[in-house]
Design a protein around this ligand. Structure first.
Ligand code: ATP
Length: 341
């Protein structure tokens, strides 16, 4: 049986936050204030992730993803519950935990800004006590997967964001950790580099059987890398399972993209949107306006698309229409909505 490398049970982390007042005198009064409230950043999370799994960790802003990762990496101590990363309690044994894990925060680098990349790698070799053979083997593997030898002499500050992220990912795998935490690794990257980053993550996971927890808002990351996803909202898990199963659950939804005539102005499109949502409020889950397009997500067994089209043409002309299955992004949105009902 494959072991669980990440084990978390009823994990909790609450932040005490001051109720701040406005203005100069408000700030002065705040200095003596006891008016606190608690933010339940992580509110009873449990999960088990097995060796070699890549799991997408999703949730809207402020859901508690980074706080959970900070607890798993030993940066924060939880207020309750249990956490074991490769059988180590991270906040109790930070050094041992650090040897088991790799971390990449998309917006920050762990590399030395002014040093050539290879020097950063050499420092990491010393910090993590990587033996010569492992170091050499990993550099050869990295070379084989993405060929970055040309970057070795380049200081990190001279790299493009994409090059920097690729190097940060490599650095996080250099000491052969059991688990790698990736927090928004593709944020701000262009589409080609995103693709390269995803391929690199996939290949490193395949070659090294590393467990990866990937926090992201980018559904293309999820599609490309994560068979399983854990979705959290307001500090609680609202879905833990296969992405495919979740899509199956919402497969009754379809999306119609409807192009209205050029002579229809924005105000009219907005009016139609309101009317549509009124008339089909049980079956249309979402209606967005993008330039001259109306993007409508609807439950296909409950309404015939022709009914919707007929309704629209009562008011404005339609020039074109495409239909497609609902995308992962909308599926995730639906699960957020369902959990908040
Ligand atoms: N140091 C802190 N002090 C007070 N509140 C905090 C602190 N860190 C996080 N929070 C709050 O805890 C909640 C969870 O934040 P967290 O950063 O974990 O969310 P997230 O899911 O990572 O969000 P995002 O996708 O925006 O990064 C938020 O309400 C946030 O404001």
């Amino acid at each position: 049986m494959v072991d669980s490398v990440i084990k978390v049970s009823n994990l909790r982390k609450y932040f005490k936050v001051l109720n701040r007042r406005e203005g100069f005198w408000g700030t002065v009064k705040d200095l003596f204030s006891q008016d606190y409230f608690y933010v339940k950043a992580v509110d009873g999370i449990s999960m088990e992730i097995k060796e070699g799994e890549i799991v997408g960790f999703l949730g809207p802003n402020g859901a508690g993803k980074s706080t959970t990762i900070k607890i798993m990496t030993g940066v924060l101590e939880p207020d309750g519950g249990e956490v074991l990363i490769n059988n180590v309690i991270p906040y109790k044994d930070r050094i041992k935990n650090a040897k088991n894990i790799g971390v990449v925060f998309g917006q920050r680098t762990q590399l030395w800004w002014s040093l050539p990349l290879i020097e950063s790698f050499k420092i990491l070799k010393e910090i993590y006590e990587i033996d010569e053979r492992t170091f050499k083997e990993n550099l050869e593997l990295f070379e084989e997967i993405i060929g970055i030898e040309a970057l070795y002499r380049k200081p990190v500050r001279q790299m493009s964001l994409g090059q920097r992220v690729l190097c940060d990912i490599l650095a996080s795998f250099l000491h052969n950790p059991k688990v790698v935490f990736l927090d928004e690794p593709t944020i701000g990257l262009d589409i080609l580099i995103k693709d390269k980053v995803r391929k690199l993550i996939k290949e490193l996971n395949r070659r090294k059987n590393t467990t990866i927890l990937l926090a992201t808002h980018d559904m293309n990351d999820v599609e490309a890398l994560c068979p399983r996803i854990i979705v959290i909202d307001k500090g609680k898990i609202i879905y833990d399972g296969l992405l495919e199963d979740l899509k199956e659950k919402f497969k009754m939804y379809r999306k119609a993209k409807i192009r209205v005539g050029d002579n229809v102005d924005e105000e009219e499109i907005n009016k139609i949107k309101v009317l549509l949502l009124e008339k089909f409020n049980d079956v249309i889950s979402d209606c967005a306006i993008k330039s001259y397009w109306l993007d409508i997500s609807f439950k296909k067994q409950d309404v015939n698309l022709l009914e919707i089209l007929r309704f629209i043409t009562n008011f404005i002309p339609i020039e074109d229409i495409h239909t497609e299955d609902i995308q992962t992004e909308e599926v995730i949105k639906l699960i957020y909505e369902e959990s908040r009902k």
